[in-house]
Design a binder for this molecule. Structure first.
Ligand SMILES: Cc1ncc(COP(=O)(O)O)c(C=O)c1O
Length: 399
């Protein structure tokens, strides 16, 4: 039995998405900028995909710019808006401390170029307090970037309230909705944002495709210079097959979101309640609500997360210790650290992120496995700790 509980890292490509990708790769080879029928056929497929992506965001198709994924969408939003506002003397950027590296490292790069940057703290539940943003905003703030849902703990931020605060001070508001699109409703107008990033591989679409929604009239400096693709907002021959497949994934995500959220949320709650009930010394990280329905992040006292991840992998169960980029690096999660968790708790946390293919039987199988694995690892840790203590005692005796 192989069980995939790592959907926040990436999702399996849905059957109909894989079919659309294969079909478009074979049949839609035309360049969407070409005037002839081959090109126009490719353009028509892209237009259809753009409409489907727009519908997922309750937006207009012409305001959607296709990118190579969430990372590029975040870069285009932040760098593009910042550079557009530089001449007006706005050289300050704000983001939350728990953003994905695509945002955090972009701010760092901008700081190296002389921009002032501020990272907003989060509370113990992982939420940004509106007062923290109010205090950080300045007359020269160009842009505020706060993610809709966090990839590690699933917490959903009060975006509409934060965006309104930013607007009061004339700042642009960007949200990284990579982890919320397809999991909870994402409506650009209800959120009140100016820029919103998504990535197809988080909602059963292909990797290397994403989009940035740009509020009409907002000027961005393009980050890719070249041809006049995407209405001069992102140069480069479009990945027609990938984008056609992203459109299919977006249409499916929009249609299935409510039912998936209810079903997957019930599985996540079952898993979470089961872990807390069966294993002593466990705690859920992040507020219980608002949270995307598929994610839970659990600390296992006296268990090193990497060891548990490997033990689960040997049993055919895929989980994560945090964001995919930092797993394997044994770096404590910047998200859990920002929430004020103690050093050891940041090292013993496991993220379970469920998806549409998961079943109750899989949850129950993991609930049967986990107590045994945790006991085993704790016994090893206990022996190791006792070993260290004995060694210390031994050394003292020798002195
Ligand atoms: C919150 C968030 N933002 C951005 C990204 C980057 O998206 P992509 O992998 O499409 O570049 C990810 C993916 O891990 C993410 O979880």
């Amino acid at each position: 039995m192989r069980i995939y509980f790592d959907h926040n890292a990436t999702t399996p490509v849905a059957e109909e998405v894989a079919d659309a990708l294969a079909r478009a790769t074979r049949d839609l080879f035309g360049n969407a900028s070409s005037v002839h029928a081959f090109g126009q056929q490719a353009k028509a497929a892209m237009d259809e995909a753009r409409s489907a992506v727009a519908a997922l965001l309750a937006a207009e198709a012409s305001d959607v710019v296709f990118t190579s994924g969430g990372t590029e969408a975040d870069n285009l939003a932040i760098r593009g808006a910042a550079e557009a506002r530089e001449a007006a003397g706005r050289r300050h950027l704000i983001a939350s401390a728990i953003e994905h590296e695509a945002v955090l490292n972009t701010l760092k790069a901008m700081a190296r170029r002389g921009w002032r940057t501020t990272l907003l703290p989060v509370d113990a539940g992982g939420l940004v307090a509106p007062d923290a943003l109010r205090g950080a905003l300045a007359d020269d703030t160009a842009l505020v970037s706060v993610m809709h849902a966090n990839n590690e703990i699933g917490t959903v931020q009060p975006i509409a309230e934060l965006a309104a605060l930013a607007h009061e001070r004339g700042a642009i508001f960007h949200t990284d909705a990579v982890q919320s699109a397809g999991k909870i409703p994402v409506d650009v107008r209800a959120l009140g944002v100016d820029l919103l990033s998504i990535s197809a591989h988080k909602f059963y679409g292909p990797k290397g495709t994403g989009a940035l929604w740009i509020r009409r009239g907002l000027r961005l400096v393009p980050q890719m210079t070249g041809g006049r693709h995407e209405r001069n907002r992102r140069a480069g021959t479009e990945n027609v097959p990938g984008l056609a497949a992203m459109g299919v994934a977006a249409a499916h995500a929009a249609a299935a979101q409510a039912a998936d959220a209810a079903r997957i949320g019930a599985l996540r709650d079952r898993l979470e309640a089961g872990i807390l009930a069966r294993i002593a010394g466990t705690a859920v990280n992040g507020v219980r609500a608002p949270r995307v329905p598929n994610t839970t992040n659990v600390s296992f006292d006296r268990v090193e997360a990497e060891s548990l991840l490997i033990a689960l992998d040997l049993e055919g169960v895929a989980v994560s210790t945090g964001s995919a980029c930092s797993s394997g690096a044994l770096e404590p999660s910047h998200v859990l650290r920002a929430m004020g968790l103690s050093a050891h708790r940041t090292q013993n946390s496991i993220r379970f992120s469920l998806g549409s293919g998961n079943t109750e039987a899989e949850v129950d199988h993991v609930l049967d496995l986990l107590p045994r694995l945790v006991d085993k690892l704790r016994a090893l840790t206990g022996n190791w700790e006792r070993g260290i203590r004995n060694e210390e005692l031994g050394m003292r005796n020798e002195e």
